[in-house]
Design a protein around this ligand. Structure first.
Ligand SMILES: [Fe+2]
Ligand SMILES: [Fe+2]
Length: 384
């Protein structure tokens, strides 16, 4: 199908700049609201009652709901919070992937060239504080978005499942906040690119857009990012925490895939194109947020000096594209890659992530991520 009569939105309309990689435009966006303790966003949606209470009329969602009921863990008692975390030692053990002295990237002539080991360790510490802070803020985004889905989705099986996800997300916010407060050394405010995305997701009046923005895009990326860090980290408490969170996240992404797969079958090409544009916007915002501009600010280095160097690190490029390893196959499964003349396929090519299209989608993968029988009880310290 072609869209000859539709005015097509440009990159500038969708993401506010013509060139996806315009670093100056990306870094010009920063959080100006860092001292406020709350932030209000209009959610623009009707709360929907359904009088059709037939449980299991969507069997896959019902199965997910039943699974979620028995998969709850307790963030206070099931994690070994008595683990002693030496953050500097963790930073030194995980030093790969940045532009530090061993990376082979030429930093001569930049302020970092004068850094001693002390500054590099401090940078690693800040970077970890930043990363976990952004995860925590993203988890709160998921908490709020999923509470909105309970209200707005018209299907009873989906309302039931979403209610369990609300509990999961509360637990995720709780454990990331506790890890930051008791094991790390400082918080960062929400990154401006992440906040723009969360605001757009919450602000959209259409119920499926919450799912697309949160379950497919933000949580699809989180699942990949948590998996990467889970594999890399040598710190046993964080490893365990991420393992538990991932077992929930895989269900959440499946919830998005299973719900939207049904709904998108009813949409026409123009409506699908709107979803594609939203998915593209979300992908760009999430890629922009990973530039860690606030960490460079805090280290006293202009982000426009440091970020281009970071982007040259080979591990960095692998990490950045791996973040899309769940999103791209899930978008394909939803029919979003090739709808509307393959518009999103072209955009994912521009972003350099289309190579993941045939990787496993997350519609069923949650079974693989599930905690094994006894895994929670066997691992926690039970000291709380
Ligand atoms: Fe979560
Ligand atoms: Fe989640």
């Amino acid at each position: 199908m072609t869209l000859t009569n539709e005015p097509l939105n440009s990159n500038r309309d969708i993401i506010g700049r013509d060139d996806i990689n315009d670093l100056e435009a990306i870094l010009a966006i920063s959080n100006t609201d860092i001292h406020a303790s709350i932030s209000a966003v209009k959610d623009n949606a009707d709360a929907i009652f359904t009088w059709d209470y037939e449980k299991g009329s969507r069997p896959k969602l019902n199965r997910l709901y039943e699974k979620a009921k028995t998969a709850m863990w307790n963030g206070e008692t099931d994690l070994p919070w008595d683990t002693v975390v030496d953050q500097e030692a963790v930073v030194m053990a995980n030093a790969g992937g940045n532009i530090g002295p061993e990376s082979g990237i030429d930093i001569s002539g930049t302020p970092m060239a004068k850094w001693s080991e002390k500054e590099w360790i401090q940078f690693g510490v800040e970077s970890q504080n930043w990363t976990l802070s952004q995860f925590m803020h993203g988890e709160q985004g998921a908490l709020v978005c999923t509470a909105k889905i309970v209200e707005t989705v018209p299907w009873i099986d989906a309302k039931y499942y979403a209610s369990t996800q609300v509990m999961d997300e509360a637990r995720h916010v709780e454990v990331f906040a506790k890890y930051l407060d008791t094991k790390l050394t400082g918080h960062y405010p929400v990154n401006a690119h992440l906040k723009m995305l969360l605001d757009d997701i919450i602000g959209d009046s259409r119920w499926d857009m919450t799912y697309l923005g949160m379950q497919i895009m933000v949580e699809g990326l989180a699942l990949a990012a948590f998996g990467f860090i889970h594999q890399m980290t040598t710190e046993p408490l964080l490893k365990q925490l991420l393992r538990y969170v991932m077992s929930d996240e895989a269900r959440h992404v499946a919830f998005g895939v299973l719900s939207l797969q049904e709904y998108y079958k009813e949409l026409d090409s123009k409506e699908l194109r709107e979803r594609q544009e939203f998915a593209f916007e979300a992908a760009v915002r999430m890629r922009d947020r990973f530039l860690q501009q606030e960490v460079w600010d805090r280290m006293g280095i202009a982000p426009k000096v440091a970020v281009p160097l970071v982007l040259q690190a080979p591990e960095r490029q692998v990490f950045q594209s791996m973040l899309f390893s769940k999103i791209v196959p899930n978008c394909k499964k939803l029919g979003l890659l090739d709808a509307a003349d393959g518009w999103l396929r072209t955009k994912f090519q521009e972003l350099g992530v289309i190579q993941f299209e045939d990787w496993a989608d997350t519609g069923e993968e949650y079974e693989m991520f599930a905690l094994a029988e006894g895994e929670v009880a066997a691992s926690g310290s039970k000291t709380a």
